[in-house]
Write a protein that binds this ligand. Sequence first.
Ligand code: GTP
Ligand code: MG
Length: 445
Amino acid sequence: MNDTICAISTAVGVGAISIVRVSGEDAISIVNKIFDRDLTKMDSHTINYGHIVDGNEIIDEVMVSIMKAPKTFTKEDIVEINCHGGISSTNKVLELLLTNGARLAEPGEFTKRAFLNGRINLVEAESVMDMIDAKTENARKLAMNGIEGKISNLIHEIVDKLYDINSNIEVNIDYPEYEDIEVMTESQIQEVSKFIDEKLKKLLIESENGKIIKEGINTLILGRPNVGKSSILNKLINEDKAIVTDIAGTTRDIVEGQIRVGGVLLNIIDTAGIRETEDVVEKIGVEKSLNLIKDANLIILVLNNNEPLTEEDKKLLEITKDKKRIIVVNKIDLETKLDTTGLDVVKVSATKDIDILKDKISDLYNLEELNNKELTYLSNSRQISLVKKAISINNHLMESFNSGIPIDILEIDIKEICETLNEIIGESYDDKLIDRLFANFCLGK
Ligand SMILES: Nc1nc2c(ncn2[C@@H]2O[C@H](COP(=O)(O)OP(=O)(O)OP(=O)(O)O)[C@@H](O)[C@H]2O)c(=O)[nH]1
Ligand SMILES: [Mg+2]
């Protein structure tokens, strides 16, 4: 497996420098073939000036970093060539590496090697990807906590406790006459099981917030034509992005914008006003709007203060009643003809100022608190589903314990919880899953 791989690690395009990374047993000897100084004589963890050459031709003036195994990202020899940024020079350097014995890395292969060589665990590897994807300060902090191993530490703590119990159970099986150990083991099981239940459930609840921090809140602005949806979008993002007119049916396709509220990204979608229509284009728009409801995290349902509630408004209130939503009553600068009795609403005028809507979103998600919190969340559905599985086996363990099942039988559940938790950090893994996971990384990482 350990052939030598290479890839361009910086974004492809024009920039001050580009980095071509090489990792593997032959990294130094391969680069040495195309460098005009003798790299084999250079110390580890040094950066060296020189030229990349192709025979007699000088290709680029570069700085070459040498990092010898094992203290490197992949735990293999790594050489990084800092060349002049630019598509042509960087590609030429890559091409020379390939013709001199390196293989083009697959996406995420450097990080995969870091994982397979035991430099980082799976949660840390996934956090590396999260760090690259992080669009907000909070998302960065979250990823950094993952890289630093906060979740892994919790998992190790739980697994250690479970191993302890299992070794006591083994003692009980081998030496049934030591009854005091059995009593001790029973109280240990109760205590650890409770600990697992509390910690993992907390992790799960907080992971919802983690998802918000990482991916943002997908927000859909919905309502009848002409109630002011596009005006609200424009005001929120502070830009005239969607066309606003007094003609009902102005917005036909979806219009998207992004803002940050309390450090969290809001992906906002303005939609075509919902109404029965014979216009073919508008009809498609209306269908699109309705389809978007199920994927939205938050619905902003807009009503018009200047008109009584219509059948269409009622229909929209009904369709969205189980979703997280904010009902906005717009156009409060005009005469009130809308009866909002029984509805929890935010009243605004999109032609003036709608900060109150931003405050409402912030309150709804507790964004203020989220910002000041210590973030130790699970970052993806793979991790979340394994934690759920561990919780459910733990429930089974508690039930079995309470119904007086002998402790040597409980050992089966305990072992299964350990295996499930170990899978999260990749202590046990399946090759196909690992391949799929790293394939989502970018090239050169
Ligand atoms: N007086 C007043 N007029 C508003 C307010 N908000 C929007 N309008 C006006 O209402 C009209 C419709 O606004 P839009 O934002 O285009 O409404 P929409 O809901 O996106 O409409 P469609 O795209 O047709 O579904 C425009 O003439 C806006 O200027 C408000 O708060 N007060
Ligand atoms: Mg519109």
